[in-house]
Design a protein around this ligand. Structure first.
Ligand SMILES: [Zn+2]
Ligand SMILES: [Zn+2]
Length: 360
């Protein structure tokens, strides 16, 4: 790709990517074609903004990337507010990373490594507790702005989703080869179908025998069980849900699911609650930042499924799911068009910059 000219100032950045965790951002950085901050931060930030930014170019767009300082919806809201004060020209923001997936979306099975894209976001733990139960308060801004809505609508056409998937698969192999070339510690290879295990929703991850806490009738399980793998504590394979996943030539292509993403301040770790809340709110995945970031910056959540939001421990998919999400986000960005005025302004800024004119 031809080397582009760096933007003159912060206001010339129209695309942002927010990640909750460094390992999610690591995958994204492997898809940058160029960085603007190799020699240090050229753009600075607004007063009071404590975020640290990475700037560069992905495809035809200058992109600013930020990693949130803490998890949860309120930390995301604060960071996103700062983000907006420093980068006032943002038009499209992606929240990229990993999430807990709902294993059955409509008629389709969702597998680990598949990617969820938010058409709307619901904060499922925010609402009113009535005597008869909890009622989620639907926020009016749960829907995306017009720009984002039309981009998402285009992906609801099967043809466009196929195109996204094809490009995402290309980007995924780029992430994998770049990680090897740069000797990154993270392993972005597909962990394998044998590692993709879905247990029945009511089968909890706990010691079967000789543990008082785990044997108690309630849903409690001991700290030891919490930190151990399913193999270590002997989760019963007879309780696995049998599903068929077709890999093309043994290669994984992420399926892309567009729908409502459930956002909350606690990590969803229960198969039964997952299914109950998903059914009640129509959500297809669970994560912790979308609702907070959304309050400040209209954004699209693009997250790879790294577990099934149940109690069974599985850390093996974190990097792979971060990589599939980053790959889908890049493929989406490639199909985004800035409005004409901004495209012209961006071109002029690049031109001014060529001539060494400082605009800020
Ligand atoms: Zn136990
Ligand atoms: Zn388990």
């Amino acid at each position: 790709m031809a080397s582009a000219t760096r933007p003159a100032g912060r206001v010339d950045f129209h695309i942002a990517i927010i990640c909750a965790l460094p390992h999610e951002a690591d995958a994204v950085t492997l898809l940058f074609d160029q960085f603007w901050d190799e020699g240090g931060d050229l753009y600075g930030h607004a007063d009071g903004d404590t975020n640290t930014y990475t700037t560069g170019r992905i495809g035809n767009y200058d992109v600013v990337l930020v990693v949130l300082p803490n998890m949860g919806t309120s930390a995301a809201a604060v960071a996103a507010a700062n983000f907006r004060s420093s980068y006032s020209g943002l038009k499209l923001t992606f929240l990229v990373g990993v999430c807990g997936g709902v294993p059955k979306i409509g008629e389709c099975d969702a597998f680990l490594g598949d990617v969820v894209v938010s058409k709307s976001i619901i904060q499922y733990d925010y609402g009113r507790q009535y005597p008869g139960g909890f009622k989620v308060k639907k926020t009016a801004d749960g829907r995306a702005n017009k720009d984002i809505r039309s981009l998402l609508a285009s992906f609801e056409m099967e043809l466009n989703r196929e195109r996204l998937q094809t490009k995402a698969r290309e980007h995924l192999s780029l992430v994998q080869s770049a990680a090897l070339r740069k000797r990154r510690q993270a392993d972005y290879r597909y962990p394998g179908l044998a590692e993709d295990r879905l247990f029945q929703p009511n089968y909890a991850h706990k010691h079967e025998l000789s543990c008082k806490l785990c044997a108690a009738e309630s849903d409690t399980f001991c700290e030891l069980a919490y930190n151990a793998s399913c193999t270590d504590i002997g989760c019963d394979e007879a309780k696995l849900v049998a599903r068929e996943h077709h890999l093309e030539d043994g290669q994984f292509t992420p399926e892309i699911f567009i729908g409502c993403v459930g956002s909350g301040n606690t990590v969803m770790k229960s198969g039964e609650d997952r299914d109950r809340i998903a059914a009640a709110n129509g959500c297809i995945a669970f994560e912790m930042e979308g609702a907070g970031a959304w309050e400040e910056v209209p954004c699209i959540v693009v997250k790879g499924i790294c577990d099934y939001a149940d109690s069974h421990k599985n850390k093996k998919w974190q990097n792979f799911a971060a990589a599939t999400a980053a790959s889908v986000a890049k493929a989406m960005l490639e199909r985004y068009t800035l409005e004409d005025g901004l495209r012209a302004a961006t071109r002029n800024a690049a031109h001014d910059n060529d001539r060494g004119t400082e605009r800020e």
